[in-house]
Design a protein around this ligand. Structure first.
Ligand code: PGA
Length: 248
């Protein structure tokens, strides 16, 4: 199970106590991989904390060059990270990132031996129009055509991010089944699926038990330490095993 915490624009290298408290729980849950995605200024602090994996929240598609304010995938790798989020809905919306840009960033991540966590998801109006799958399919089509290697796909309905609203387990199950079969068409692509959008201690177990789901991507809950620790404990308490026992 993969528990990914996206700290967004929160945290400074002074927050070592918070990291250590998450790491302590993570170390007691060896079957769960806990990835913290802090701001760039904290990458080395996370990478240096035993028990945690480190991820960045974005990367540039080029390896180096005249791109003021940007950070490249090889730089992120050199800081000790193993993962990088690409195409988060806040980047798509606030920084006008297109599907093409997202694929270029994911390609740069794989080139640098990072695992890209490719975020996809429909808006509320797309869902209301019955276009949820079509949107996500479009976001992933180029990924499947172009990428080779390990990736994580995070299904995050835009309307669920930071709102407290979540899709039903049934809707997530249906979307994950469709994404799973779509991703299996990719040649040389090893993809894991995670769910994100208003996941907290109260609903994490339900999402972790959905077939094809290998973890969750947390925003707000990853900053609430006690809640983060509870979610790690839920994931390591055999939720996945129970799902396997339940059969198809
Ligand atoms: P949230 O954010 O858990 O606060 O909804 C999720 C995300 O932005 O990845």
């Amino acid at each position: 199970m993969l528990i990914i915490g996206n700290w967004k624009m929160n945290g400074t290298p002074l927050d070592v106590a918070a990291l250590e408290s998450i790491a302590e729980t993570a170390r007691a849950a060896p079957a769960t991989e806990v990835v913290i995605c802090p701001p760039f200024t904290m990458l080395t602090a996370v990478a240096g904390t035993a028990g945690l994996k480190c991820g960045a929240q974005d990367c540039h598609e080029a390896d180096a060059g005249a791109f003021t304010g940007c950070v490249s995938a090889p730089m992120i790798k050199a800081a000790g990270a193993d993962y990088v989020l690409v195409g988060h809905s806040e980047r798509r919306r606030l920084h006008s990132e297109t599907n093409e840009v997202v694929v270029a960033k994911a390609t740069a991540a794989i080139r640098a031996a990072l695992i890209p966590v490719i975020c996809v998801g429909e808006t509320a109006s797309e869902r209301a129009a019955g276009d949820a799958y079509r949107t996500v399919n479009e976001q992933l089509r180029a990924v499947i055509r172009t990428l080779r290697g390990d990736i994580v796909v995070a299904y995050e309905p835009v309307w669920a991010i930071g709102t407290g609203n979540v899709p039903s387990v049934r809707d997530v199950q249906e979307m994950m089944a469709r994404l799973g079969s779509m991703l299996r068409e990719g040649v040389g692509l090893d993809a894991k699926l995670v769910y994100g959008g208003s996941v907290g201690a109260a609903n994490a177990a339900a999402f972790l038990q959905v077939e094809h789901v290998s973890g969750v991507l947390l925003g707000g809950a990853s900053l609430r330490l006690e809640e983060m620790r509870q979610i790690i404990n839920v994931s390591s308490s055999g939720v996945g095993a129970r799902r396997a026992d339940a059969g198809p």
